[in-house]
Design a binder for this molecule. Sequence first.
Ligand SMILES: Nc1nc2c(c(=O)[nH]1)N[C@H]1C(S)=C(S)[C@@H](COP(=O)(O)O)O[C@H]1N2
Ligand SMILES: [Mo]
Length: 508
Amino acid sequence: MTARATRDARALAGVAAAAVALGVTQLLAVLFGPAADARTAVGSAVIDLTPGSVKEWAIATFGTADKLVLSILVLAVIAVIASLTAAWSVAAGGAAIVLAGVAGCAAVLSRAGASVADVVPTVVGTVCGVAVLAYSTSCRVTGGAEPTDPGRRRSLVTLGLLGAGVVGGILGVALGRAKSSVAGDRAAFTLPRVDMPAAPIPKEVQPQGVALPSFVTSNDDFYRIDTALVVPQVSRDDWQLRVHGMVDREITYRFADLERFDAVERVVTLTCVSNPVGGDLISNATWTGYLVRDLLAPAGVHRDADMVLSRSVDGFTAGTPLQALTDDRGSMLAVGMNGVPLPTEHGYPARLVVPGLYGYVSATKWVVELKVTRFDRDEAYWTRLGWSARGPIKTGSRVEVPRSGQRVQRGPVTFGGVAWAQNRGVRDVEVRIDGPSGAGEWRRAGLGASYSNDTWRLWSFSWEAAETGLHTITVRATDNTGATQTSDIANPAPDGATGWHSVTFSVA
Ligand SMILES: Nc1nc2c(c(=O)[nH]1)N[C@H]1C(S)=C(S)[C@@H](COP(=O)(O)O)O[C@H]1N2
Ligand SMILES: [Mo]
């Protein structure tokens, strides 16, 4: 009985020590700045070290919530390890905390822009953690007249320390966020006056009689995918864009320098290479910004360059064909999204938007560097993890209505969805109900007006639901070159999923 209680007490002491270590580290990191945040550094290192296939799985399974899941997982793992090692022995618990501290320091130092001083919060936190463990496990069972009392008191103090660690950690995170937030800077930013506006969007882009996504996705609904555990906070004053590599002269733009370029506006549909067949990692927005080719021109790009490696402030890189950045498709350094400054999670104050290419090879958010280079000299983030160096968006389409398993009343009904083939444009969408073994044959869907080759097209399909029971609807798109979306099934890796989207529904 006594031995068990002691082990439980040690386990509790281990968790308290970990909580204090993390809490102190987090609070001190507020003073030292974001680079000293060991929690974020470790999480980011975990993301970077996770094999590409696991990342892919995490994105597919958790989507935009993947980072929250990771944070909870990391904290749970820390608590379990701390309690198990300390329950084993105080020395093991202490060693685990010190090892975690060393790993934390290593993670901090491995991040872009960290200095040696940034490990101070982690070192102090580790020392505090070890001290808590030593205190909470010392003279546990003393024997003597009242053996339980000192132990009880100590358990209460240990619980108190655990609580203080948790509160300190939460406070540290909140203060750190408030301190580094660029919300104020963003609110004070007025988008540039547009010199080359986008063509107006006719209301005919939106088919009637069916609940489809809006042709222009609101900023709140726009899908978000990135490797950033914490959204980078870059103010316009801090932002710089360094253009270098295979150029005649290196240029570093400050944010105010952008004003001397023509501001353009374009409607472009972004798509993630991780989007599975039927997935929703695709959205459409009106972007405001500057042409990348205008920004590159003064640097004097060498003729033998064929790639631009864009780098984010958080270290993410994308390799984009130079051609795609300089041809007439209008690739942009975007500063505005749907008429407001870029939301921080979408890259404030500046990001790349390249029509026709998946985001992983083009859409660098919080972009601070454009290195003119060659595909045979440099490799970007996802390419190093096994994804294709080049990522043109494949023609795709999705059924939005009906939803899988939806019950439809007998009689006339309108289905619909979206189709895309950025840079080529969607020419046709065909729908098949109950094929290929059933009576179903491909029939043309109605199409919302085409806005441009770089934007998705919404489609609708009217059908007479006559036979009760289960039915399947399948969709496929044809692009403006006449090529029809392939039925071959491929996974997102290494260069985008293919296959036709089918949805099964019932008629009652
Ligand atoms: N800095 C940074 N930029 C990034 C990424 C990233 O991980 N980090 N992910 C890219 C990927 S894979 C996609 S699909 C798009 C998504 O842009 P969005 O989040 O604005 O929709 O951003 C791209 N830009
Ligand atoms: Mo992506």
